[in-house]
Design a binder for this molecule. Sequence first.
Ligand SMILES: [Zn+2]
Length: 207
Amino acid sequence: MDEPLFTNIPRDLITAPFFRRDGEFGEREAWIWLIAAAAVRCGTGPFGRPVQRSEIDLDRRKLAEQWGWTSRHLDSFLSRLAGVGFMERDADVIRIVDFDAMTVPESDEPADTSIELSSPSELRAMGVRMRSRESSHIPAAVRREVVLRDGWICQYCYATDGPFHFDHVFPRSRGGTDTAANIKIACETCNLRKGARTPEEWRAATP
Ligand SMILES: [Zn+2]
Protein backbone atom coordinates (compact mmCIF):
# COMPACT_ATOMS: atom_id res chain seq x y z
CA MET A 1 0.00 0.00 0.00
CA ASP A 2 1.50 3.31 -1.03
CA GLU A 3 -1.01 5.53 0.68
CA PRO A 4 0.02 7.97 3.39
CA LEU A 5 -0.77 6.70 6.85
CA PHE A 6 -1.19 10.18 8.23
CA THR A 7 -3.73 12.75 7.42
CA ASN A 8 -3.98 16.30 8.70
CA ILE A 9 -7.26 17.32 10.18
CA PRO A 10 -8.17 20.97 10.53
CA ARG A 11 -8.16 21.97 14.17
CA ASP A 12 -11.69 23.39 14.18
CA LEU A 13 -13.10 20.05 13.09
CA ILE A 14 -11.72 18.43 16.19
CA THR A 15 -12.24 21.12 18.77
CA ALA A 16 -15.80 22.03 17.72
CA PRO A 17 -18.10 21.92 20.76
CA PHE A 18 -20.27 19.63 18.62
CA PHE A 19 -18.12 16.75 19.83
CA ARG A 20 -18.97 15.79 23.38
CA ARG A 21 -15.96 15.10 25.47
CA ASP A 22 -16.65 12.21 27.70
CA GLY A 23 -14.79 9.12 28.64
CA GLU A 24 -11.34 8.04 27.65
CA PHE A 25 -12.21 7.43 24.03
CA GLY A 26 -14.61 10.28 23.44
CA GLU A 27 -16.32 11.64 20.37
CA ARG A 28 -13.31 13.67 19.29
CA GLU A 29 -11.17 10.57 19.33
CA ALA A 30 -13.88 8.67 17.48
CA TRP A 31 -14.02 11.36 14.82
CA ILE A 32 -10.26 11.24 14.36
CA TRP A 33 -10.46 7.45 14.21
CA LEU A 34 -13.08 7.66 11.44
CA ILE A 35 -11.12 10.18 9.38
CA ALA A 36 -7.93 8.19 9.74
CA ALA A 37 -9.72 4.95 8.81
CA ALA A 38 -11.21 6.62 5.73
CA ALA A 39 -7.83 7.88 4.53
CA VAL A 40 -6.89 4.59 2.91
CA ARG A 41 -7.58 5.11 -0.75
CA CYS A 42 -8.71 1.74 -1.86
CA GLY A 43 -8.56 -1.50 -0.03
CA THR A 44 -10.06 -3.24 2.92
CA GLY A 45 -11.79 -1.36 5.70
CA PRO A 46 -11.25 -2.00 9.39
CA PHE A 47 -13.88 -4.76 9.33
CA GLY A 48 -12.74 -6.57 6.22
CA ARG A 49 -14.99 -5.21 3.49
CA PRO A 50 -13.63 -3.48 0.40
CA VAL A 51 -13.88 0.31 0.56
CA GLN A 52 -12.87 3.42 -1.38
CA ARG A 53 -11.07 6.41 0.05
CA SER A 54 -13.49 8.36 2.32
CA GLU A 55 -15.34 5.17 3.22
CA ILE A 56 -15.26 2.92 6.25
CA ASP A 57 -17.00 -0.41 6.36
CA LEU A 58 -19.37 -0.63 9.26
CA ASP A 59 -19.83 -3.36 11.79
CA ARG A 60 -21.71 -1.64 14.58
CA ARG A 61 -21.11 -4.29 17.17
CA LYS A 62 -17.37 -4.55 16.57
CA LEU A 63 -16.99 -0.78 16.27
CA ALA A 64 -18.76 -0.16 19.59
CA GLU A 65 -16.57 -2.83 21.15
CA GLN A 66 -13.42 -1.30 19.71
CA TRP A 67 -14.29 2.16 20.98
CA GLY A 68 -15.57 0.90 24.32
CA TRP A 69 -18.94 2.52 23.65
CA THR A 70 -22.48 1.31 24.07
CA SER A 71 -24.22 0.62 20.77
CA ARG A 72 -26.71 3.31 21.74
CA HIS A 73 -23.98 5.94 22.02
CA LEU A 74 -22.52 4.75 18.72
CA ASP A 75 -25.87 5.02 16.96
CA SER A 76 -26.58 8.46 18.34
CA PHE A 77 -23.10 9.69 17.38
CA LEU A 78 -23.42 8.35 13.83
CA SER A 79 -26.87 9.90 13.42
CA ARG A 80 -25.58 13.23 14.68
CA LEU A 81 -22.67 13.11 12.23
CA ALA A 82 -25.10 12.32 9.45
CA GLY A 83 -27.40 15.08 10.67
CA VAL A 84 -24.76 17.77 10.31
CA GLY A 85 -23.77 16.48 6.90
CA PHE A 86 -20.35 15.18 7.94
CA MET A 87 -21.15 11.68 6.74
CA GLU A 88 -23.62 9.48 4.95
CA ARG A 89 -24.21 5.88 5.80
CA ASP A 90 -25.96 2.86 4.55
CA ALA A 91 -26.16 -0.50 6.23
CA ASP A 92 -22.55 -1.52 5.61
CA VAL A 93 -20.58 1.62 4.86
CA ILE A 94 -19.96 5.04 6.35
CA ARG A 95 -18.97 7.66 3.81
CA ILE A 96 -17.31 10.86 5.01
CA VAL A 97 -18.78 13.69 2.97
CA ASP A 98 -16.26 15.96 1.30
CA PHE A 99 -13.45 13.92 2.69
CA ASP A 100 -10.71 15.88 0.96
CA ALA A 101 -12.04 19.10 2.44
CA MET A 102 -12.01 17.51 5.89
CA THR A 103 -8.33 16.80 5.61
CA VAL A 104 -5.52 19.03 4.54
CA PRO A 105 -2.77 17.89 2.17
CA GLU A 106 0.53 17.93 4.00
CA SER A 107 1.96 20.52 1.65
CA ASP A 108 -0.77 23.03 2.37
CA GLU A 109 -0.23 25.68 4.99
CA PRO A 110 -1.79 26.58 7.25
CA ALA A 111 -3.61 23.46 8.41
CA ASP A 112 -6.47 25.49 9.80
CA THR A 113 -8.77 25.62 6.81
CA SER A 114 -12.49 25.52 7.03
CA ILE A 115 -14.95 23.34 5.23
CA GLU A 116 -18.15 23.86 3.32
CA LEU A 117 -20.87 22.14 5.21
CA SER A 118 -23.78 24.41 5.78
CA SER A 119 -26.00 24.96 2.82
CA PRO A 120 -29.50 25.96 3.97
CA SER A 121 -30.76 22.42 3.40
CA GLU A 122 -27.93 20.98 5.48
CA LEU A 123 -28.69 23.44 8.23
CA ARG A 124 -32.31 22.33 8.13
CA ALA A 125 -31.15 18.74 8.38
CA MET A 126 -29.14 19.75 11.44
CA GLY A 127 -32.33 20.94 13.10
CA VAL A 128 -31.54 24.62 12.70
CA ARG A 129 -34.58 26.60 11.79
CA MET A 130 -33.97 30.09 10.69
CA ARG A 131 -36.64 32.69 10.77
CA SER A 132 -37.46 33.14 7.15
CA ARG A 133 -36.95 36.88 7.05
CA GLU A 134 -33.44 36.37 8.34
CA SER A 135 -32.44 33.28 6.49
CA SER A 136 -31.07 34.97 3.42
CA HIS A 137 -28.98 37.53 5.28
CA ILE A 138 -26.45 35.43 7.14
CA PRO A 139 -23.74 34.23 4.80
CA ALA A 140 -23.11 30.48 4.76
CA ALA A 141 -19.52 30.99 5.93
CA VAL A 142 -20.75 32.90 8.98
CA ARG A 143 -23.37 30.26 9.83
CA ARG A 144 -20.70 27.59 9.58
CA GLU A 145 -18.31 29.53 11.79
CA VAL A 146 -21.00 30.09 14.42
CA VAL A 147 -22.06 26.43 14.41
CA LEU A 148 -18.51 25.18 14.75
CA ARG A 149 -17.82 27.69 17.52
CA ASP A 150 -21.00 27.28 19.58
CA GLY A 151 -22.03 23.73 18.77
CA TRP A 152 -25.65 22.77 19.26
CA ILE A 153 -25.83 24.49 22.60
CA CYS A 154 -28.00 27.50 23.37
CA GLN A 155 -25.54 30.19 24.36
CA TYR A 156 -28.05 31.73 26.77
CA CYS A 157 -29.57 28.79 28.68
CA TYR A 158 -27.20 26.00 27.55
CA ALA A 159 -30.06 23.84 26.30
CA THR A 160 -28.86 21.13 23.97
CA ASP A 161 -32.14 20.29 22.27
CA GLY A 162 -33.30 22.25 19.29
CA PRO A 163 -34.78 23.74 17.37
CA PHE A 164 -32.06 26.35 17.33
CA HIS A 165 -31.92 29.81 15.84
CA PHE A 166 -29.16 32.12 14.83
CA ASP A 167 -29.54 34.95 17.31
CA HIS A 168 -28.23 38.42 16.52
CA VAL A 169 -26.73 39.52 19.83
CA PHE A 170 -27.24 43.16 18.87
CA PRO A 171 -30.55 42.92 17.02
CA ARG A 172 -30.47 43.04 13.27
CA SER A 173 -33.52 45.32 13.22
CA ARG A 174 -31.44 47.92 15.08
CA GLY A 175 -28.42 47.70 12.85
CA GLY A 176 -26.72 44.57 14.20
CA THR A 177 -24.41 42.98 11.66
CA ASP A 178 -24.47 39.51 10.11
CA THR A 179 -21.02 38.68 11.43
CA ALA A 180 -20.00 35.70 13.54
CA ALA A 181 -19.06 38.09 16.33
CA ASN A 182 -22.68 39.28 16.47
CA ILE A 183 -24.39 35.92 16.05
CA LYS A 184 -24.86 33.12 18.54
CA ILE A 185 -26.71 29.83 18.56
CA ALA A 186 -29.84 30.21 20.70
CA CYS A 187 -32.66 27.82 21.39
CA GLU A 188 -35.98 28.88 19.97
CA THR A 189 -37.35 29.77 23.40
CA CYS A 190 -34.47 32.08 24.29
CA ASN A 191 -34.39 33.59 20.83
CA LEU A 192 -38.09 34.44 20.90
CA ARG A 193 -37.97 35.69 24.50
CA LYS A 194 -35.01 37.91 23.80
CA GLY A 195 -36.69 39.40 20.73
CA ALA A 196 -35.28 42.70 19.50
CA ARG A 197 -33.29 43.33 22.66
CA THR A 198 -29.65 43.07 23.59
CA PRO A 199 -28.76 40.43 26.22
CA GLU A 200 -28.29 43.26 28.72
CA GLU A 201 -31.74 44.71 28.02
CA TRP A 202 -33.23 41.23 28.21
CA ARG A 203 -31.56 40.53 31.55
CA ALA A 204 -32.59 43.90 32.95
CA ALA A 205 -36.22 43.23 32.05
CA THR A 206 -36.24 39.72 33.54
CA PRO A 207 -37.15 39.69 37.25
ZN1 LIG B 1 -31.95 28.87 25.41
